[in-house]
Design a binder for this molecule. Structure first.
Ligand SMILES: [Zn+2]
Ligand SMILES: [Zn+2]
Length: 280
């Protein structure tokens, strides 16, 4: 990789362990040339892992200060990882917020009606099991269809700049259906999301977090999906979803080997304020 960067990163403004400046100093030490903060955006209900609504402007201000302070050493960007909750929350809520450079859009919550009951798709396994039972009557096909239906809805109706961990459902559902990626009904949903990406053309994140946490052997998205993205010339952006300084570039090398084997040789990074191609 000839241009080191990371745009998916968390701090103690949300569920990360460190202050923004600590993360930035670690990034400089590692030789990164661009670094983006993407704290979990506020959601419209109490929650312990997003930036609190009344702290959002302080977050943007603090990252803005870091941009100035370190401008000779690294390009600093202020972003958010927004949650898509149909009719409740999404990237568009933050699109016109001054001081933000980019928006990730992710699905963390699943529900039939969000005002009724919602649960985290990538939270503790017990919470996932409870939600699967309560909302989807323990049907793995129903939960898969809902997850990817919401993903398509996000991409078509409230598109972020970068789609985060697009197949994160596999993290917990893979424990219930171990050969998940061999199931026709699962692959059908992956194919449908590819059609949607081809139509709308957002950047799709390649996220190494599941790999370095030891949960899965492939990034989000899986090799199956990555091959389809490559065939369809969908832009990808390799990121780590770091929650502490040790994770900033974790598993980049391993992911790059996988991407190169598929034929993917470029990733998209923000350079001088624009998403640009970087050689992998
Ligand atoms: Zn996320
Ligand atoms: Zn994240």
């Amino acid at each position: 990789m000839n241009y080191l960067y990371n745009f998916h990163s968390h701090t103690n403004y949300c569920d990360g362990a460190n202050k923004p400046e600590e993360m930035l100093l670690a990034a400089i030490e590692l030789g990164l040339l661009s670094y983006g903060f993407s704290s979990h955006a506020p959601v419209p209900f109490p929650n312990h892992w997003c930036v609190e609504k009344d702290k959002l402007s302080k977050y943007i201000l603090e990252i803005g200060e870091l941009k100035k302070k370190y401008k000779d050493r690294i390009e600093v960007y202020c972003g958010l990882e927004t949650d898509f909750i149909h009719k409740f929350s999404g990237a568009s809520l933050f699109r016109n917020t001054e001081g933000l450079d980019y928006l990730f859009g992710s699905i963390h919550y699943l529900y039939e009606n969000p005002w009724d009951y919602l649960f985290c798709v990538d939270g503790p396994f017990k919470e996932f099991q409870k939600g699967l039972k309560r909302v989807f009557k323990n049907d793995p096909i129903a939960i898969t269809k809902r997850f990817f239906e919401l993903s398509r809805k996000m991409i078509t109706t409230d598109p972020p700049d970068v789609v985060g961990h697009i197949d994160k459902i596999k993290l917990n559902l893979g424990k219930i259906v171990p050969d998940l990626e061999q199931q026709d009904w699962y692959l059908e949903e992956l194919d449908k999301i590819v059609d949607c990406l081809v139509e709308c053309k957002p950047i799709v994140e390649v996220n190494t977090r599941g790999m370095y946490k030891g949960y899965i052997s492939e990034p989000y998205p899986s090799v199956y999906l990555l091959k389809k993205l490559h065939e369809n010339k969908i832009r990808i952006s390799l990121n780590s979803d770091s929650h502490n300084p040790d994770e900033i570039l974790k598993m980049y090398q391993e992911a790059i080997v996988m991407l190169n084997e598929i034929g993917i040789t470029e990733s998209w990074a923000m350079i001088r304020g624009k998403w640009m191609s970087v050689k992998l």
